[in-house]
Design a binder for this molecule. Sequence first.
Ligand SMILES: Cc1cc2nc3c(=O)[nH]c(=O)nc-3n(C[C@H](O)[C@H](O)[C@H](O)COP(=O)(O)OP(=O)(O)OC[C@H]3O[C@@H](n4cnc5c(N)ncnc54)[C@H](O)[C@@H]3O)c2cc1C
Length: 341
Amino acid sequence: MSTIHIVGGGIAGLTLAATLRRPDWDIVLHEQGRRPEEREVGTAFGLWPAAMAALDRIGLGRSIREQGVHASKATIRSADGRLLTRLPEQDVVMIGRTDLHRMLRGALPASVRWRDARVPDGRALAGDVIVGADGVHSVVRRDHWGDGSAARPRRTTVLRGVIDGDHSGGEVTEYWGNGRLFGISPVAAHRTNWFTAFPEQRFDGVEDGLRHLRRAVRDFPAPVRETVAAAEAEQTLVNGISVSRNLLSSVRGRAVLIGDAAHAMTPSLGRGACESMLDAVALGALLNRHRPAEALRRYRRRRLVAPQLIRAASSMVMNVSLASGRRARVRDGLLRAIGRS
Ligand SMILES: Cc1cc2nc3c(=O)[nH]c(=O)nc-3n(C[C@H](O)[C@H](O)[C@H](O)COP(=O)(O)OP(=O)(O)OC[C@H]3O[C@@H](n4cnc5c(N)ncnc54)[C@H](O)[C@@H]3O)c2cc1C
């Protein structure tokens, strides 16, 4: 019997475990942390069509479409509310992070062995395949790719949260100001998801972040001010952002990286979880069909370029969205011109 160790029970690790269908394999899933319901507040993931197609392949697309809300329209506005551009319409399914986790966990085959423990050393696990699905600060990456592969912290702090009521109008709207970004999206019926990013800023906890945010959005349009006024500390999270370095390969020997362990990106574009699920379904499908070494060889080629390009693009979009001064004015002018053409 072959053994596969999946380190990390986040979106990537759970999706992989739900994809694997080999009765002759021992699948061990290691998760160090508290369940996401205990550390998350139910903020939204936007699942793009490619991620939904991957979820369809493992039989979860339908229930996720039913549970989530559909948001096909997305616009970017300036800090005074003027339209800068409309993005091409796409059927994006917005779903709460905790709901998605719960549904993925519910889809795990009974044969998956769950270990509630931290893996301290990514090399110490005996097995045919070691999957690093352990997020941006992956120990599997550190122990197989070396300390030089560590993710780089970006000097940006993100606040995100949910509030009761529908303040989004069923659309995703980002407001790009002078070094300020504020986004609003639906997450479920009668719930609104919001997010914002501060460059070069650290906060002493959530209360301090919210105080800062209230001051920062004083000149923003009513939907933003109302959303921030309704935000409560218990429903808000503060995160620093780190981004991965470009790895030449996400496979080394019997170790393979998926999700943020391979390509942690900024939240701009909302693609991190989508790419994590695409990795997981691609790897799982290959492991279902091929011997481990052949599956990893094929996986390496299949998922080498696209997620790293998206990672780079998301950093660029975050830089543009947080531009200030003259750069922000040029950005707004260009976006308006593109929107008119
Ligand atoms: C503010 C913000 C907003 C975002 N919005 C979106 C969005 O709208 N759409 C989108 O697609 N993406 C979004 N993302 C990105 C998304 O959150 C990530 O890409 C996604 O969660 C990555 O999943 P993962 O499973 O690879 O990693 P994680 O979710 O980080 O999971 C890793 C898991 O591994 C466990 N672990 C770590 N080390 C060990 C160890 N040594 N032993 C055992 N377990 C371990 C952790 O406890 C964790 O549960 C956002 C990210 C941020 C920060």
